[in-house]
Design a protein around this ligand. Structure first.
Ligand code: FE2
Ligand code: FE2
Length: 221
């Protein structure tokens, strides 16, 4: 399908600069990759989830754009990043003459995407949250020295594959992870990601779906 605005934004110099600067700040702060790879992937997953649960083409495009822009605010550091992302996204979406209603919907979703501060207040928020929290993957680890890995590095590095499966008929949304248990045990995943999983559960329920988690083919939730 054509994602017209998403494809324009991904080429936009202002967007590219914001994502690059935000990722540089995250690197200094010791966080995993939050650059173009994460932004683009979250946008693509958001579009895919939105399509499967029956959003219109315009709504799918807006979901993809929210994915692309949701972490721009990391440029101020992690604290309040979701609010700053919302403000930066608002400026960018206004430049493309989106309807006020669409800009406000994007703002609700982006400002609420963090598990520590956010609430599932709309279908678009639910889609963005599911897409963002799914991105756990070894390619996000910056530190290449395994001997100095912290818990976050180890859990991310252990994830070889992450896939969000939406089954519209069964009304289930399943996060399927393939983990190298020699690097990290599933328990460590729960240790750091339980709040994320609970937010995914709320997001899926808001959409009328049941959320489940499979690690190495074993159904854990
Ligand atoms: Fe974020
Ligand atoms: Fe994110």
């Amino acid at each position: 399908m054509a994602l017209s605005l998403f494809n324009q934004l991904i080429q936009d110099e202002e967007v590219k600069t914001c994502i690059k600067k935000a990722d540089e700040v995250m690197a200094v702060a010791g966080y995993t990759e939050h650059g173009l790879r994460h932004a683009r992937l979250v946008g693509e997953i958001a579009q895919s989830v939105a399509e499967r649960i029956g959003f219109s083409l315009e709504e799918q495009d807006l979901a993809a754009c929210c994915g692309l822009l949701h972490d721009l605010g990391n440029v101020v550091g992690r604290r309040y990043h979701e609010v700053v992302s919302g403000l930066l996204a608002k400026d960018i979406l206004e430049k493309y003459h989106l309807k006020k209603e669409e800009i406000l919907e994007a703002l609700t979703a982006i400002v609420n995407h963090e598990e520590t501060t956010g609430h599932i207040l709309s279908r678009l928020t639910a889609v963005l949250v599911l897409a963002d929290k799914t991105d756990v993957h070894q390619s996000r680890v910056r530190n290449m020295d395994l001997s100095s890995f912290d818990l976050h590095d180890r859990v991310n590095y252990a994830v070889k594959k992450s896939f969000l499966k939406v089954e519209a008929q069964a009304k289930t949304i399943t996060l399927e992870l393939t983990i190298d248990v020699k690097i990290s045990q599933p328990m460590e995943y729960f240790e750091i990601f339980l709040p994320r999983l609970l937010m995914c559960k709320k997001a899926a329920e808001y959409l009328g779906y049941k959320f489940s988690l499979k690690i190495n083919q074993n159904q854990l939730l």
